[in-house]
Design a protein around this ligand. Sequence first.
Ligand SMILES: [Zn+2]
Length: 408
Amino acid sequence: MNWKYVAWSATIASSVFDMYVKYRQWRLLNKERILEHDDNRIRSQAFQKNNMVLGIVQKSTELLINSLLICFNLHHKIWTATSSTNNRLLRQLMFLGITELIRALVQSSFEFYRKFVIEQASGVNKLTRTKFIVEQVLSVSFSTLFSLLVYAGLISIIERFGDTFPMVGSFFFMSAIVFFMSISPNIFWPMFYKFSPVPEGGLRNALQHLLEPRGFPTEQVFMVNESDKTTHSGAVIVGFSWNKSIVVYDSLVHKCSTKEVLAVICHEVGHWERSHLPKQLLNQGAQIFIDFQLFVYLYQSPQFYSAFGFSDMPIAFGLVAFSILTEPIQIVFNIQKNYVSRICERQADIFAATLGFKDELKSALFKVKRDTLRLVNTDWLYNLYSETHPTLQERQANLDSFSAVEVH
Ligand SMILES: [Zn+2]
């Protein structure tokens, strides 16, 4: 089998699928008829259409870069450029560092355009260019450093355990994710956000009343200055049982009533009560285990490496080529992961409704979607492929169905 053409076909097939899905969403938005006075929907439609076009251009660029890397054996040229060191692990990390930086550079360039052209024109972005660049440099540096540490551990495990590495490798990989998620709120987030406690007053008192009987201290609820960056709002629950906390965007508090903010926080508590994070991590662990099992069949095949110009068999290149080769499988995994995520979101909404916040959650969701310019319909395939959350209409219908159950 010519692995080079298999990898190229895989990246073409998955990129074309990605672009086709975005095209379907763009086409749906283009056909959608909106009442002339519905300014929120008109702005959302224009914003989302621009995002779809940018997404298609970005995917085309990534496909072009991958095609050049594959067809001209550029991975091998990068590998040759790292020959200055005799330490094999260090050399593999240098190779991975360069490929990661190429990917990060492309992504950051498109993110810059998205922020300062599309979001700027729609009034969503509030970041300055300098702040954006500083944040990108920080996040790319830390994520590259962290992923290189994980790669170093993984490569050592593969070398040590050989064909039996998937179980140990998955355990190591998931432990690294849990570790990263545990330290992020205390170490990385403060680099990007200012954290402050919920101010004394009505909201804090209501939170105490709501959370403390559930074993969730109010001191673990923080506000962050999202309004300095975007018009996005919402809340998120982070950490594990030993460091769990709820982070509320200040923009949510500015635009919503106290009961609406409480409704959103109840949704986040619902994720906690239903153990969504461990369940999603288990799901991710299973996907990683399958990936590693597939990798076992390839990484010791000399033909696999020689197809890309390699006479030796660096595991680092094996991992990079494998990630290209399995792009179509990652699409299936992604659809499954999003499906699970949407189930969790519905359950968390229902949890907030059981605490008596159904109507407040509905109105808060409308405000959040309105201010992020997401008041649009979505194509079913786009929804399946891209959306981690149900649409506004689906969430409102889900909340209404709760009332129906309650009445009968
Ligand atoms: Zn949620």
